[in-house]
Design a binder for this molecule. Structure first.
Ligand code: HXC
Length: 298
């Protein structure tokens, strides 16, 4: 579908590139010749991913440990990356999410999502964009949002609000920064199952059955389809495409609108069970973290 060395000479940062969708997008860009930088909070996960991707595709994968909720740390990290040459592209993929009844959320629960998704994405985009502008370099930003930016979504309100903010950032900066040759687009993926998202968003049994039945194409997404769309949007061949959010979901959002409406039938007991399953997953991941969360700093 693409020229083998489409991204030769490109250097692209993928936030949250150690796992999930970010890893898949990083792999696709690497396989097309880009040098890829991946950042995240768990060094061991980043190093394993970098090694595996380079074994599979060759090329270079650099790793940076970063909690993008910390604006100073983001600026330091981008500055260090810039010392070995400018980035040419940024993929805003890092996110956090869990399903919860909104009335059960604490301010800390809201902040855990909004600080990562909304604030963190802004910090990274601004840190990269201002360097491109100062050095008169062109650049491309791709953000991973959700179809909830169109419909809103019950039970993931902090994520829906934050992703809608990224959608607004994409449109706003496409206009503001277009004169510098900087373009921004977003992908709104349907369900491309990953262990992290499945554990936090579908903590019941048979997590995807209903959504497969309700999808017009009767299936979930294939990772290579997501990687191909990401590569297309990052490529210079569509340099006039900017400010767009493109859904890739087999038309689920057109047919059904928002996700998670089935949780309206959940009992208190089901919500308690869901929360403890989500917590178990988060604790398992936290044990591998090498960057303290901002709240945990002295
Ligand atoms: C209610 C919860 C909760 C739950 C956590 N909290 N889980 N509240 N229901 N299930 C609350 C806690 O009580 C706490 O509030 C606050 O959230 C912070 O919790 P921590 O675990 O201390 O936070 P932290 O270590 O910062 O972890 C952030 C996280 C975690 C988002 C909660 O899950 C994480 O790191 N996730 C990253 C990976 C991820 O989420 N992947 C799925 C992405 S899917 P108090 O008040 O006690 O302080 C996605 C969807 C997009 O993004 C889909 C793309 C198509």
């Amino acid at each position: 579908m693409f020229k083998p060395e489409l991204f030769k000479g490109h250097r692209i940062l993928v936030t949250g590139g150690g796992t999930g969708l970010g890893r898949e997008i990083a792999a696709r860009l690497l396989s097309l010749g880009a040098t890829v930088c991946i950042c995240g909070r768990r060094e061991s996960v980043l190093l394993d991913t970098a090694r595996e991707l380079m074994e599979q595709h060759g090329g270079t994968v650099q790793t940076v440990v970063l909690d993008l909720r910390d604006a100073d740390a983001v600026d330091r990290c981008i500055s260090e990356l810039w010392e070995s040459g400018p980035l040419t592209g940024l993929v805003n993929n890092a996110a956090g999410n869990f399903v919860s009844r909104t009335e059960d959320l604490s301010p800390g629960g809201f902040d855990a999502i909004a600080n990562t998704v909304l604030h963190g994405t802004f910090y990274v985009t601004q840190a990269v964009g201002k360097r491109w502008i100062a050095q008169q370099l062109k650049g491309t930003v791709l953000s991973i949002v959700t179809t909830w930016v169109r419909t809103g979504s019950p039970y993931v309100v902090p994520s829906a609000m934050s992703k809608a903010g990224i959608d607004a950032m994409t449109k706003s900066l496409a206009t503001e920064w277009g004169c510098y040759g900087i373009r921004l687009n977003a992908i709104a993926p349907g369900i491309f199952p990953t262990p992290g998202a499945t554990a936090r968003l579908r903590p019941g049994d048979n997590p995807h059955d209903l959504e497969i039945r309700e999808n017009p194409m009767r299936r979930l997404g294939h990772m290579d389809e997501l990687g191909n769309l990401a590569a297309f949007l990052m490529a210079e061949g569509c340099a006039w495409l900017s400010g767009e959010t493109i859904a890739i979901d087999g038309a689920y959002n057109l047919a059904r609108g928002s996700y998670f409406t089935q949780y309206a039938d959940w009992s208190d007991e089901q919500w308690v069970a869901a929360r403890s399953r989500i917590k178990a997953r988060s604790e398992q991941e936290k044990s591998l973290r090498t960057v303290p969360s901002p709240a945990a700093k002295p």
